[in-house]
Design a protein around this ligand. Structure first.
Ligand SMILES: *[C@@H]1O[C@H](CO)[C@@H](O)[C@H](O)[C@H]1NC(C)=O
Ligand SMILES: *[C@@H]1O[C@H](CO)[C@@H](O)[C@H](O)[C@H]1NC(C)=O
Ligand SMILES: *[C@@H]1O[C@H](CO)[C@@H](O)[C@H](O)[C@H]1NC(C)=O
Ligand SMILES: *[C@@H]1O[C@H](CO)[C@@H](O)[C@H](O)[C@H]1NC(C)=O
Ligand SMILES: *[C@@H]1O[C@H](CO)[C@@H](O)[C@H](O)[C@H]1NC(C)=O
Ligand SMILES: *[C@@H]1O[C@H](CO)[C@@H](O)[C@H](O)[C@H]1NC(C)=O
Ligand SMILES: *[C@@H]1O[C@H](CO)[C@@H](O)[C@H](O)[C@H]1NC(C)=O
Ligand SMILES: *[C@@H]1O[C@H](CO)[C@@H](O)[C@H](O)[C@H]1NC(C)=O
Ligand SMILES: *[C@@H]1O[C@H](CO)[C@@H](O)[C@H](O)[C@H]1NC(C)=O
Length: 895
């Protein structure tokens, strides 16, 4: 081009100029230039009145001034008559994926639609979409706009019954009433009782009634659409449609190309008439709960480009190989169904179809199994492959390297137990690679990543045995800049690899158990992306001190647990909600001003470190605080007593050196559920304010110096699952009120000074009668202790137990205890219990551990092969019979 003389490029321009001059003079019809047409007075006045009725917060109709309405925003006039033909008031802010919802909202028109609109009698196109008419009914007078061919009222918050008079718009070709809205200014719905009004609209090509409530239109709704001979595009997403007829007398809407019936819960088989719609290019049947297998007749739909049968949950059987024959299919989504078997048939279908255009294949969340076929590599156009949440096993076929268009690969949550081929490194378009939750084996080399220039997201996790290793040389420089990385149980250490240190655009980092034993690269740690939200470096031997500042304003979670970090508790000023530092060597005090440093804190885990000093009272001011977990440190002093209405529900400060009373302000924590303060030096009584914490599920105050008697109000703790008060100075007797704890699975009052009898009502502890329902409580404890505390794993192993040993209990073992059919552990040793052992006690089938030693029990020991260890009964001088050596006196023969 550049070499050609100038003349040849200007020549055609010259010709067309002369030609238009010629036309200008030869045909008067063309003389009127578009700038010369003026709008008519009628139209201008109609628009002015229309505008007066509308609300327009952003002033986007401010150009609606002056004489020539044809130049106004959103108006198009006929180029000869000057009459308004098009009114496009669509909100220019598209909220879908938009960043600025307030701007969208401001830009919405609303208010009233003045009937002056109908004076625009030549209007062919009316678009009011993406506005907010706040539940206004669709005006019936729209039916007077006889020339209308295009009507778009979607996303505009119209509500009420659709006026049947719209059926008068006999020229209408496009009708979009999609009734979802982005403005959410109150509940409202658009509905139609009957679709009869559609019948005269014989020119309709496109109709979208998504989210319009059609639950009362009866079973013949499909016939109404079937009578529209020009229909190409039919969308009825989420219309509460009921019956989908399995048969149709005749198929009239044969020009149908796009059919969307998704989210209507038809609960039937896939109707056979669908396969006569051979012109279909897109078919959406998501969330309709179809059942049965996919009919082979799908192969008739030769034009299909999109087939979405996802989320029916009920579709089952093998996936028919015939789908592979659909040579125009671009998008196939069969996810979240119940398909089983392997996918060899489907892939041999695709492989015999050399023209396959498939771009997106989603088979996730089914029960598919087998190995991935080598023929995978034939799907040359594939961009998106999701096989996650199935039971595929084996290796990734090396043919994957031929999928040169692949951008997203998801094989997560399978049972892949083989290797990852080096050919993966050829996928130069790959952006997102999710291989997590499998059992990968083998070695990853530099070649595995050689050409992955576009790679942004990597998730790769395998079994804790770390049978997958990276062998890239320490200094390897990768071709990618990652945005997120998640590696678990793969070996990338022992040094902190350079390929990782050069990643400085990371917004999410998860490295768990990756065999790094190195100091933290301070520069990397403080120079990740400013957008960093998630930072997890856990279960390794990373050591060193942490930087003093953390400049990540968007950080949500930081987890450095189970490493060898040392130095003071990091005094970072951060908005993070989760700070997880347990099992390290942090020492010194928790910063006094933690409340100001970490104002958004929700969960603080610093168990198993060497923290000392007091718990700062500024913690009481962290409004969102949920969990404080500080067990196994050297914290001392009194607990702050400044608690007020917080959502705090889990406190674990066990195994420290706390002194003083249990703060009575705990009574102001209405959500308190798990309170673990065992093994400290707390004294005083259990504060009566705790009666306000009726949601308590687990209380452990074991190993303190708590005195006083058991509070009677404990009966109101109806969710109490665990009550451990052992090794304290409690006195008084066990109140009957304890028996009302219907969810109590663990009761430990051992090693106190409790006296009096065991209440007979103890047989009413219904959780110990039925044994079920402890899972949810155990989960709460696990969330507070992070499931790592061996002591609490033990406690949980001791579920369904009563330990009253080491007290001053008197009286008999109540016979009612034998009602506790789920009891596993019973320890009543070291008391002053007397009388006989109830006969059926040793026959409670669930009982695995029993200790009755060192009491004053008498009489013969009930025979039990399971409890035949003499230590169970020793120290009761008046007991006799096996397994004790003392023989019982022979029963005196009756006279
Ligand atoms: C006027 O509009 C018609 C149809 O829209 C078009 O075919 C014609 O070329 C236009 N004339 C001028 C002068 O723009
Ligand atoms: C109607 O408007 C919406 C939102 O502006 C748009 O997405 C949709 O494609 C339009 N419908 C038709 C048939 O043009
Ligand atoms: C519009 O349709 C309704 C029935 O749907 C009919 O009663 C009315 O006469 C029609 N109006 C006009 C102007 O055609
Ligand atoms: C389909 O078309 C045939 C012939 O064109 C007509 O007789 C029949 O009534 C139509 N059926 C429906 C359901 O509209
Ligand atoms: C669908 O097509 C088959 C032949 O391919 C025909 O036998 C059947 O009658 C058709 N069904 C309808 C409802 O038109
Ligand atoms: C992988 O898993 C499959 C299916 O469970 C099993 O048959 C196969 O032996 C396993 N292969 C390896 C290498 O463990
Ligand atoms: C916390 O977030 C606010 C904005 O919500 C921001 O102004 C502030 O800088 C953030 N603080 C830190 C320490 O990142
Ligand atoms: C407990 O509840 C009572 C009654 O609702 C209330 O008066 C008291 O202030 C609450 N808090 C404490 C700490 O007792
Ligand atoms: C045990 O209780 C009895 C009365 O029930 C009392 O006389 C005795 O002192 C108590 N012994 C201890 C060690 O508390």
């Amino acid at each position: 081009m550049a070499n050609k003389p100038n003349f040849s490029s200007t020549y055609p321009l010259l010709v067309s100029f002369l030609l238009s001059l010629f036309l200008l003079y030869s045909n008067s019809k063309f003389v009127v230039c578009s700038t010369d047409i003026k709008c008519t007075d009628t139209d201008r006045r109609a628009l002015v009145v229309l505008r007066e009725g509308l609300t327009d917060p952003s002033g986007r109709l401010s150009s609606w001034i002056g004489e020539d309405c044809c130049t106004w925003e959103g108006i198009k006039c006929h180029n000869q008559t000057g009459r308004v033909t098009k009114l496009d008031l669509r909100n220019p802010y598209h909220l879908i994926g938009a960043v600025d919802p307030p701007a969208y909202k401001r830009s919405c028109l609303g208010g009233k639609i003045n009937p002056s609109l109908i004076r625009l009698e030549y209007l062919t196109s009316l678009d009011l979409s993406l506005n907010d008419f706040e539940g206004l009914e669709i005006p019936g007078f729209f039916c007077e706009l006889k020339n209308l061919r295009y009507l778009n009222l979607s996303y505009a918050s119209f509500a009420g019954e659709i006026p049947a008079s719209l059926g008068n718009l006999s020229n209408l070709q496009y009708l979009d009433l999609y009734a979802d809205s982005y403005s959410n200014t109150g509940p409202r719905e658009l509905r139609s009782q009957s679709l009869e009004w559609l019948t005269p609209l014989s020119s309709l090509k496109y109709i979208n009634l998504g989210f319009v409530k059609l639950d009362s239109i009866g079973d013949h709704w499909l016939q109404t659409f079937n009578m529209l001979p020009s229909l190409v595009h039919l969308r009825l997403h989420w219309c509460e449609l009921k019956g989908l007829p399995l048969t149709l007398p005749s198929i009239n809407f044969t020009s149908l190309s796009v059919l969307d019936l998704s989210e209507n819960s038809f609960n039937s088989l896939i109707p056979p008439w669908l396969f006569n719609l051979t012109g279909l290019t897109e078919l959406y049947l998501t969330w309709d709960f179809f059942s049965g297998s996919i009919p082979a007749e799908f192969a008739n739909l030769k034009n299909l480009q999109v087939l979405d049968l996802s989320d029916n949950l009920n579709l089952e059987g093998q996936i028919p190989g015939l789908l592979g024959n659909l040579s125009k299919l671009q998008f196939l989504d069969l996810s979240a169904n119940n398909f089983h078997g392997d996918i060899y048939g489907l892939f041999s279908g695709f492989s015999s179809n050399r023209n396959s255009k498939l771009e997106s294949l989603d088979l996730s969340s089914n029960s598919l199994t087998g190995e991935l076929p080598e023929s995978l590599g034939l799907l040359k156009h594939l961009q998106h492959l999701d096989l996650s949440s199935n039971s595929f096993w084996g290796s990734i076929p090396s043919s994957i390297g031929s999928l040169s268009a692949l951008r997203v690969l998801d094989l997560s949550y399978n049972t892949m137990n083989g290797t990852i081929p080096e050919s993966l490194g050829q996928l130069s378009g790959l952006v997102d690679m999710n291989l997590m939750a499998n059992s990968w084996k083998g070695i990853l080399k530099e070649t595995h990543f050689m050409n992955l220039r576009k790679l942004q997201h990597v998730r790769l996790t395998t079994e804790p045995t770390r049978s997958l290793a990276f062998s890239a040389s320490h200094g390897w420089f990768p071709p990618f800049k990652l945005k997120s990385i998640q590696l678990e149980n793969c070996m990338i250490g022992p040094l902190f690899p350079v390929w990782l240190q050069v990643q400085n655009e990371l917004t999410s980092v998860v490295l768990k158990n990756v065999s790094i034993s190195d100091t933290i690269p301070g520069k990397w740690f403080s120079q990740l992306s400013a957008q960093l939200t998630y930072l997890v470096l856990s279960q390794d031997q990373i050591r060193g001190e942490l930087p003093r500042h953390l400049n990540y304003p968007y950080l949500n979670l930081i987890d450095l647990s189970y490493n060898n970090f040392e130095g003071p508790f990091p005094s970072w000023s951060t908005n993070a909600t989760d700070v997880i530092l347990d099992e390290n060597s942090f020492s010194g005090p928790i910063p006094e001003n933690i409340g100001a440093l970490m104002p958004r804190l929700q969960k603080l885990y610093v168990s198993r470190n060497h923290l000392s000093g007091r718990i700062p009272s500024s913690m009481c001011h962290i409004e969102g605080l949920n969990i404080i977990s500080l067990s196994n440190n050297k914290l001392s002093g009194e607990l702050p007593n400044c608690w007020h209405r917080l959502m705090l529900w889990g406190i674990d400060i066990s195994n420290n050196s706390l002194t003083g009373n249990i703060p009575n302000s705990f009574g102001f924590l209405p959500s308190l559920s798990v309170l673990l303060l065992s093994n400290n030096n707390l004294d005083g009584e259990i504060p009566s304010s705790l009666r306000n914490c009726t949601g308590l599920t687990s209380v452990d105050l074991e190993g303190n110096k708590i005195s006083g008697s058991l509070p009677l109000w404990v009966q109101y703790m109806s969710s109490l699952f665990m009550l451990r008060l052992g090794s304290n100075l409690l006195s008084g007797s066990i109140p009957d009120q304890v028996c009302r704890l219907q969810n109590l699975h663990i009761l430990d009052l051992s090693q106190n000074k409790i006296s009096g009898p065991i209440p007979k009502c103890i047989g009413n502890l219904s959780a110990l009668v039925h044994g079920e329902g402890s899972e949810v409580f155990q989960r709460l404890i696990r969330e507070v202790t992070r499931g790592r505390d061996p002591e609490y794993s033990n406690v949980v192993a001791n579920v369904n137990s009563i330990d009253l040993s080491g007290n001053n209990l008197t009286g008999e073992i109540p016979y009612e205890m034998t009602n506790l059919l789920a009891l596993r552990i019973l320890d009543l040793s070291h008391n002053h219990l007397s009388g006989a052992i109830p006969k059926s006690l040793t026959s409670v089938a669930s009982l695995t551990r029993l200790n009755l030693s060192y009491n004053n029990l008498s009489g013969s020991i009930p025979f039990s092969p399971r409890f035949n260890d003499s230590s169970i009964y020793e120290g009761n001088p008046l007991l006799c019979g096996a397994p004790l050596p003392t023989k019982c006196p022979l029963p005196r023969p009756r006279k």
